[in-house]
Write a protein that binds this ligand. Structure first.
Ligand SMILES: O=C(O)CNC(=O)[C@H](CS)NC(=O)CCC(=O)C(=O)O
Length: 278
């Protein structure tokens, strides 16, 4: 049995405060050698001005060391969990934009893998923000990431990616059992679409979905939807935290995927082929 947890946060534009909140919530989780814990998108800095994330990416590197990455690695090791650290900003090679990057750390604090959000949220929403333009400071990722853990294969996605089923299909073709969705969904779009999209991705790919959201009213007035969830390959929502900060946990039998896929082999029945456009 593997253990999955999602931590829901109302992150602030203050790295140290977010780190201590994450530390406190990790301390409250059950101990398990096969424990995967997911943090939301922008877990270490959220709710500031858009340009501040770029500044953070620029200022977080010192003689090759990235203190954001080091601090998260330390937390993974301290609490001895596989930590999927939602996203943090990672400066792109040209230094003008950042990648919205998810890191996977081992319980020993080693970086196992990372994924850069592919689909950027350049969208008009009927809320106080009105026009989101993520691509202004963010560089889109160019490749998909599946991570083989000793007891499960993980697929990584971020937030707005959730609306692009081809990404999830591509991960499924790589043999993933669990797909992570760190997010900062808006209140408006979250209320309308978050749950059905997550369930659809679980059902059509016959895999576990582990989704962790930002929730609440942030320092810049942005409101996020929360509703962190853990969903089975049959589409059942087994755990959900609607509002507030906290965590949800579910013990899962990764092998249970096999009987679902054998009985209904949608992946081999599929007559369509798609690939990532570069
Ligand atoms: O920019 C930041 O500070 C952090 N990043 C986010 O909040 C991102 C990009 S603006 N949010 C989403 O992708 C929301 C997606 C969404 O809400 C939907 O698909 O409906």
């Amino acid at each position: 049995m593997a253990k999955l947890s999602a931590i829901q946060l109302c992150s602030v534009p203050d790295v140290e405060k977010n780190l201590s909140q994450i530390d406190a919530l990790l301390a409250g989780l059950e101990k398990d050698p096969e424990h995967i814990v997911l943090l939301p998108e922008c877990c270490l800095f959220f709710g500031g001005r858009d340009s501040q994330q770029l500044e953070l990416a620029q200022n977080s590197i010192d003689s090759g060391q990235n203190y954001l990455v080091d601090a998260l690695a330390e937390l993974a090791a301290k609490h001895s969990v596989y930590l999927v650290a939602g996203t943090i900003p990672k400066l792109d090679i040209n230094g003008e934009k950042f990648l919205n990057r998810s890191y996977v750390f081992s319980p020993q604090g080693q970086i196992l893998s990372h994924y850069d959000k592919i689909h950027l949220f350049d969208v008009a929403v009927q809320d106080s923000e009105k026009n989101y333009l993520e691509s202004k400071y963010t560089q889109a990722g160019q490749s998909i990431t599946a991570v083989n853990l000793p007891f499960a294969n993980l697929g990584l996605t971020v937030c707005y990616d959730l609306r692009f089923p081809e990404l999830y299909r591509a991960l499924t073709k790589q043999g993933v059992d669990i797909i992570t969705v760190p997010a900062a969904f808006t209140q408006v779009t979250g209320k309308a679409h978050w749950q059905p999209l997550l369930q659809a991705r679980a059902i059509e790919n016959q895999c576990f979905i582990l989704a962790a959201g930002q929730q609440g009213c942030h320092a810049n007035g942005r409101e996020t939807w929360g509703h962190s969830m853990i969903i089975t390959p049959w589409g059942e929502i087994k755990a959900c935290l609607a509002e507030g900060e906290g965590s949800i946990t579910l013990d899962v039998d990764v092998e249970s995927i096999n009987s679902i896929r054998q009985a209904m082999p949608v992946n081999t029945h599929n007559r369509f082929k798609t690939e990532l456009i570069k």
